[in-house]
Design a protein around this ligand. Sequence first.
Ligand code: ADP
Ligand code: NI
Length: 225
Amino acid sequence: SGKKMKRQEQLMIQKTERYVRKELENEASGHDWWHIHRVRNLALTIAAHEKESTIDPFVCEMSALLHDIPDEKLNESLEAGERKVRNWLEELKLEKRKSDEILAIVLHLSYKGGTNKVELQTIEGKIVQDADRLDAIGAIGIARTMAYSGAHGRLIHDPNKKPREEMTLEEYRSGNDTAILHFYEKLLKLKETIHTNYGKKIAADRHRYMELFLEEFYQEWDGKK
Ligand code: ADP
Ligand code: NI
């Protein structure tokens, strides 16, 4: 029955949550458990607001939980990461159709920077990708960027640095991004890549918050106030 299935799905989510928490326990590269926690909750929020009637919140939640498991940074290779997710879904004995859906989303997200430029096909995939991208902007995005920069020994800001597009090759090669540069290279561009209507609303608010932050930041930097 539908009720029994919901109960089974609940159990699978709980098991998967435990598994992911354990896998990411010692992870400090910005892929800690609380990133997963936020992406999961945001994905469910977006799913609840989208008008499409065919959205499967179970697929959204499972994909959000698993989305960083095959990440290249956490595995010896993409293939090793892919195997990890496949094995986990097999262990759960999830029906093949749903398992394939989740796998398609999770693998696609983890190949983002790579050669796999296939568009996400399902609404669930778009929702999870939106949630993952939204976690890189707004107040959380600012905090993550500062944490990442600090961990890599970079400056908060250097007024002599320009956005990459404006750099000469020599300047570019000298490397050492600052935290503030990362806003122009990535954070302020993310708003335009959001798929869902509700995701776009959240993105607009978070984007505005970052613009205000930068405005205030530069005024304080120059001792203007
Ligand atoms: P994702 O969660 O999409 O895999 P990344 O691993 O690229 O993101 O980055 C994790 C976090 O660190 C994100 O919030 C991202 O914006 C931030 N970050 C990534 N690269 C830089 C950088 N060069 N400078 C500052 N922050 C960065
Ligand atoms: Ni992520």
